[in-house]
Design a protein around this ligand. Structure first.
Ligand code: CMC
Length: 431
């Protein structure tokens, strides 16, 4: 926690109160209002947490105005270019880039946990075949706590470590199995002799009847998608994980809560919603019509894949994703894909429109990720599960940081009550 050397003064009526100003290592100063209610008897009001820091953290920093995203200080574009997902996982979890030996040991530990308990297969079979893979993931990940009792004691650092590695290792297996289940194909077991991203692609796309070779360019693109989504500081799903964990709930249950939150179209569900929107637009000549709807105050339609709560400049992840989309589509020989044509033209027209520039609405990471995933052969329903696989390390890192904090308190927001005041119960015959 940053030290306070300065105070702000809040005056309510005749009375003034000093509020310590905390200075972070980067980003705007923070007013410490923890004692405000005790001293002044007032709450602060900030639905959506637009001006409220809910914790202190050393993991990820975003400068929304500059369009900068740093993990433990390292910029995301450098990590996407020079690193790979498991190394970024290590960085997020432990705070530093690993040495070669540390990385080898970490990869070995993750690899040794990729299978799930065989009994869990029956859980999958309890779902309808047409279930959304996110619905399956919420259930199956929550159920991990029923299978791995030896890593649910949050007060034991060793169990926390095992639970963390287990979740990073098992999430691709669970997501791939959810996919296979919904398309009626046999589950494919993980392989420990190939890298994380290739293993995921193999579990999704191989069938027992044929050999399957993972294309290294697709595997690299998959790894990049994982890397770009790995963490994003106190977003809705991460805050959900933190809030759920603050009660002392076990980590598997908390990550299941994060997955549920991620599912929504304003968050992780946006990549699915974006591709569906691009398909609905269909041809470039219809773009102005959709832009007009997005600008119309009386129309709830929004351009999916545009805008961000924090980025008020280009989302740095979107730049890398766009480049990756070009590479993948070229490799697959589908550069003239109509969805991509619509996406490129939509981006151009929206960026040239004063509505979007004045409101600082730029393409976000989801604008291009769906195009890559579709080109790889994933149905839209798998886009958000893939986001969940990637974000698991962010959730886990933030969870570990929070549990290790001696100042941990249960999260318990206040409210501005706007309902009826006290009234006596009215008997049925008098209503
Ligand atoms: N299309 C049209 N108008 C928009 C859009 C959009 N995509 N996004 C925001 N606006 C307008 C909004 O109508 C509002 O206008 P006004 O000030 O006139 O009322 C203004 O911009 C500010 O919007 P807001 O809803 O107050 O902003 P927010 O920070 O609460 O919302 C957001 C951020 C991401 C939910 C929103 O931009 C959105 O719904 N975007 C589309 C969904 C999307 O792509 N989500 C993925 C986010 S990135 C991945 C992730 O982190 O999960």
């Amino acid at each position: 926690m940053a030290d306070s050397k300065r105070n702000a003064t809040l005056t309510i009526g005749e009375q003034s109160y000093d509020l310590p100003i905390l200075s972070p290592t980067a980003g705007p100063d923070v007013l410490d209002i923890r004692k405000l209610y005790g001293q002044a008897g007032v709450f602060t009001y900030d639905p959506g947490f637009t001006s409220t820091a809910s914790c202190d953290s050393t993991i990820t920093f975003i400068d929304g105005d500059k369009g900068e995203l740093l993990h433990r200080g390292y910029p995301i574009d450098q990590l996407a270019e020079k690193s790979h997902f498991l190394e970024v996982c290590y960085l997020l979890l432990y705070g530093e880039l690993p040495s070669a030996a540390q990385l080898e040991d970490f990869e070995e530990r993750v690899t040794m946990h990729t299978m799930i308990h065989e009994q869990m297969m029956y859980l999958f079979r309890g779902f309808r075949r047409d279930a959304h893979p996110m619905a399956i993931m919420v259930g199956v990940v929550g159920a991990l706590s029923a299978f791995y009792h030896d890593s649910t004691d949050i007060n034991d650092p060793w169990q926390r470590e095992v639970a963390s590695v287990r979740m990073i290792a098992k999430m691709p297996t669970i997501a791939a199995m959810a996919f296979k289940y919904t398309i009626g194909q046999p589950f494919v077991y993980p392989r420990n002799d190939i890298d994380y991203a290739s293993n995921f692609l193999r579990m999704c796309f191989s069938v027992p009847t044929e050999d399957y070779q993972v294309n290294p360019i697709l595997s690299r693109a998959m790894d990049r998608i994982f890397t770009l989504h790995a963490d994003h500081e106190q977003n809705a799903s991460t805050s959900t994980v933190r809030l759920a964990s603050s009660s002392g709930a076990n980590p598997f249950a908390c990550i299941a809560a994060g997955i549920a939150c991620l599912w929504g179209p304003a968050h992780g569900g946006a990549n699915q919603a974006c591709l569906e929107m691009l398909r609905e637009i269909g041809t470039v000549d219809r773009i102005p019509e959709f832009i007009a709807c997005a600008k119309d105050k009386n129309d709830p339609f929004r351009l999916m894949g545009f805008g961000h709560r924090v980025y008020k400049n280009f989302d740095p992840r979107a730049k890398v994703m766009k480049q990756s989309a070009d590479e993948v589509l070229e490799l697959l020989g589908v550069e003239d894909n109509p969805v991509l044509q619509v996406a490129k033209e939509l981006e151009k027209q929206a960026l040239a429109d004063p509505y979007f520039s004045e409101k600082k609405l730029f393409p976000n990471v989801d604008f291009y990720s769906g195009i890559i995933l579709e080109a790889m052969g994933f149905p839209t329903s798998m886009f958000t599960p893939i986001f969940a696989v990637s974000r698991t390390v962010g959730w886990i890192s933030q969870w570990k940081e929070m549990i290790a904090d001696p100042q941990l308190k249960i999260g318990r927001p206040r409210q501005l009550y706007a309902g009826d005041t006290f009234r006596d119960y009215v008997d049925m015959e008098k209503r």
